[in-house]
Design a protein around this ligand. Structure first.
Ligand SMILES: Nc1ncnc2c1ncn2[C@@H]1O[C@H](COP(=O)(O)OP(=O)(O)OP(=O)(O)O)[C@@H](O)[C@H]1O
Length: 257
């Protein structure tokens, strides 16, 4: 309790991510696209939230706002209780290095750096001593089944392997929040299962994840599904069924080829 008798919020109760009144319109060729039209969202520590909806609904735009890759026209975002209204590009870049890991559909690996360097680079940029960065990289690559690929270049790997490298890169600094934008969108069904199994495994260990997907089957790996339609949240509900498992692998493994 604080001195005036009101309960002091515990750090673990502060949402990892909170957004209020987010609005974003894209001004490209043709009519403006009102991609996000007023979104309120709160993501608690350890939650696995899937944002699903039809193509063009505004899902990627919302994820880009949440990761500071685009700025909202209106509204605010809090990371771990910190308001980001005053954040400029450089500050968001620091957040994406330390507090937010992001994986995209097309991996976005640095093509002329080896697998090892791709994973170590964000750790070094965040100030991790080289020895520790190497150890973190080795541990993650082993965990992701990429031992022996350290010296390979991204172009020499399969899509599924490249996405695992991207996942290692996103997680090397232990960010409290992982944002994933259609991480299986360019993979075959085997690669899709692999990526979803890994997301479920990290979630089982407490990783907070926000996953954007148009694929309702993938969304079933999450413990909360937000239906996004026409720039707005149309539905926001925990998945039916037994409570989410906190370890091991979720039911998404039952996806068939
Ligand atoms: N940079 C941009 N410039 C102009 N319009 C854009 C831009 N990015 C997105 N849009 C438009 O904003 C709307 C929402 O796009 P967005 O990519 O966020 O949707 P989405 O739900 O992620 O779609 P998909 O599932 O197909 O990726 C669409 O009408 C799209 O054409």
């Amino acid at each position: 309790m604080s001195e005036d008798g009101t309960p002091v919020p515990r750090a673990e109760d502060t949402p990892v991510l909170r957004a209020e009144g987010l609005v974003k319109t894209h001004h490209g060729v043709g009519a403006p696209a009102r991609a996000v039209r007023g979104v309120d969202l709160s993501v608690g520590r350890g939650e696995f939230v899937a944002i699903t909806g039809p193509s063009g609904a505004g899902k990627s735009t919302l994820l880009h706002l949440l990761g500071g890759l685009q700025r909202p026209d209106e509204g605010s975002i809090w990371l771990d209780g910190r308001c980001t209204d005053s954040f400029g590009e450089a500050r968001w870049a620091v957040e994406r290095r330390k507090a937010i890991g992001i994986v995209f559909q097309f991996f976005n690996l640095v093509s002329n750096l080896s697998v090892a360097d791709n994973v170590e680079l964000p750790a070094l940029l965040a100030g991790t001593p080289p020895k520790k960065a190497r150890a973190e990289r080795a541990e993650l690559l082993a965990e992701l089944g990429l031992e022996g690929k350290e010296r390979s270049m991204p172009g020499e790997l399969s899509g599924g392997e490249q996405q695992r490298v991207a996942l290692a890169r996103a997680l090397v600094n232990h960010p409290p929040l992982l944002l994933a934008d259609e991480p299986a969108g360019s993979l075959d069904s085997k690669g899709t299962r692999e990526v979803m199994r890994l997301l479920s495994r990290f979630h089982g260990r407490g990783q907070t994840i926000v996953l954007v997907t148009h694929d309702a089957r993938l969304a079933s790996a999450a413990d909360r599904v937000i239906s996004f339609f026409d720039g707005r949240i149309a539905d926001d509900a925990p998945l039916d069924g037994p409570p989410p498992r906190r370890s091991g692998i979720s039911g998404v493994l039952e996806l068939r080829d």
